[in-house]
Design a protein around this ligand. Sequence first.
Ligand code: B3K
Ligand code: ZN
Length: 855
Amino acid sequence: PLIVRRQDYRPPDWLVPEITLDFSLDPVCTQVRSILTVRRNGEHDRPLKLDGDDLTPLEVKVDGQALTADQWSMEGGALIVPLSGAAHQVETLVELAPENNSKLMGLYASGGLLCTQCEAEGFRRITFFPDRPDVLSRYSVRLEADRARYPILLANGDPIEQGSLPEGRHWALWTDPFPKPCYLFALVAGDLACNADSFVTMSGRTVKLGIWVKEADLPKTAHAMQALKNSMAWDERVYGREYDLDVFNIVAVADFNFGAMENKGLNIFNSRYILADPDTATDIDYDGVEGVVAHEYFHNWSGNRVTCRDWFQLSLKEGFTVFRDQDFSADMGSAAVKRIEDVRVLRAAQFQEDSGPLAHPVRPESYMEISNFYTATIYNKGAELIRMMALMLGRDRFRAGADLYFERHDGQAATCEDFVRAMEEGGGIELAQFRRWYEQAGTPRVRALLTHDAASQTAELVLEQTVPPTPGQPDKQPMAIPLRISLFDRESGTSRGDELLMLTEARQSFLFSKFAAPPLLSINRGFSAPVVIETDRTQADLAFLSAHDDDPFARYEAMQQLMVNVLVGRVGGQAVDDAAVVAAIRNTATDPSLDDAFIAEAIRLPSEAYIGDQLTEVDPDAIHAARESLQHRIGAELEPLWRDIHARTQANSFSLSAAAKGARKLRNTALLYLCASGIEEGAIVAFSQFSAADNMTERQAALAILANGSSAEREAALDIFYNRYRDDALTLDKWFQTQAFAFHPDTVDLVEELGRHPDFTLSNPNRIRSLYGAFAGNQWAFHHRSGKGYRLVADCIIALDKINPQTAARLVPPLGRWRRFGEARAGLMRAELQRILAQPGLSRDVTEQASKSLD
Ligand code: B3K
Ligand code: ZN
């Protein structure tokens, strides 16, 4: 298979300043006529090469003249047309069958709609075109379809004209004045209802906003609309960026390979990131809607107005845009809790990726299939890079850098290097060594040792960094690591305040004077750098910080480390005392200065996967047992507290205020510990929360707790949930997901059964993720010693690869972590990867992930 390399980048041979597209839409046979204005780029005599995937040219014309079959040729899927002049008009006609497009790339059918997905390389499945992000064109798009079946016709840009045609057909013309790469092209046709609203921009222009969904879903669109308006105002306020078209449309579709897509003026969303109401959406779902709506909207500047030169620069738009949406969500709710959640995601997804066979730099050097590079490293680690620059620069200089970036590269296809340079020049900082964050994969480890000298009253902090080897990168250079630290006085519990240290050497020492007594180190406050910190702080030190640290993230982190030390010690066979953990949880949960949401975050146990990440060899059964037993201890020791909290946080009526969300989060944690305590009536209490809840946050949490056990209430609740939501696909996903996530000894068998359930289907990516994606994230169940979990996931990958390779490939990475799971499990996991690779006709997507995973 062909490998694409960053070093091989060459500017395009031909540019396409204008494109006119004419769609005659039909699920079985859609005709696409396209007219490209092409211009030779530089001095060369190479022919025009138009990418195509699964397309057959039915007509090829140059400057209005039909070409004969010997005047063009095919190379792979691409159409090659030799051209003599400097500029020409090239016209092609192709036919598509959207109904049979199960890959969900290009033009496809979903729930009676016709819609498109082009990023990264889906446009070549619609028409012949130089499908690369550095070819920017002005689009004029005419859509024609049956009016009864497809009354609404949408495309990018602004609506220009529409009209009727004979035989019940109609048409609409859209033009987009902003040149864009083809991955941002979109169209939608269907029977849609609109939540219509408007926004007045900072320069006083009125923008028409529309969220288009199935009529019955209209009541579930209010939160998304509010999120959109908040995003538009936020980007004006924080970045000075205004929306630029007269309309902004969002469409929700049921079948979608990922979260959403930022097509210019016509975002297309996985319906799970648009639809929300209290009965079906959890608070996490609400936050997901807000975050993804913001993310796609922010792409209008970071992605669309300034796009990527090539796909190796993907983090240029994704890392920056994730940073922007995280910052936005922090502003909309609790910044402290948002940071904790974001770090939890980073550690769960990106740190794991960075320590395994699929580790790659934020700016990769090569790929087989670009769809495999929409990763936590590109997105979440990429966002951390921007965050570190913002921290080093401070708010105003970061803004100056961003202003320069947008101004300098507006309308261009830019690189990560362009971004860094804009930060240097606009912000006034030197980032030479910092650039290594884009080049070197692997999570840096920082060892921090604080010593004290009573005679000189000084404290010395010695920091040592190492970056582990990763595939293709055996030796690493030291990184530039910004670490926020603070030193606490043990007597008073106060500190002298925050300092930003720059660790740039492999080993560096920092001296602090005027410390009569040994201070206590708080480090990587706010998680200022995406690194692993190792310290020699004792359990008593951590307990102290968990009570006194004034940085909420550091305080949370001290709690987590306290728990991790107990759990890791016990997994290793040591008898570690848990009194400090229980006491710290009691203190935190009863501290009147803390809000409920923070308390809930701080007192929850680290996940089994996170505990595994701290160990060289993971024993999932031992980890599960240790974590369950600590959870039981915390539950039993503090049982009255959990009863109190559970009673106190019972709400009278549903609200989305921060206080109400926090109360629900804490209430669910209290229920979890109460049930873990082993009280006899645990299942009854959970079932009564399940039954009485007026919202999905409490209902699903209670269901999940019941699903871990084997009570009669477990079966009853699952049945009730199923019967209530069987016709609501997004909510039924939760029924699958809850069972796949369950800490139940039979989860692996249950998942096998659920794979044969009449409501399970490989044609809907959300359903696949709910069952197999969730299951592969359940460490204890997936790594069942029989190897059955591996076989189930591999079976799914093999079956799904024939339908939707992109989504199939996303299930491979959990199998690739075999190195860490001991010899027996490693053998079983490798055997499944080999079985996958032996399948005839395997996609490039799965081939790349499975073969790299075996290395
Ligand atoms: N840019 C899209 C992701 C496209 C994924 C293609 N495999 C959504 C987003 O990041 O906003
Ligand atoms: Zn994005």
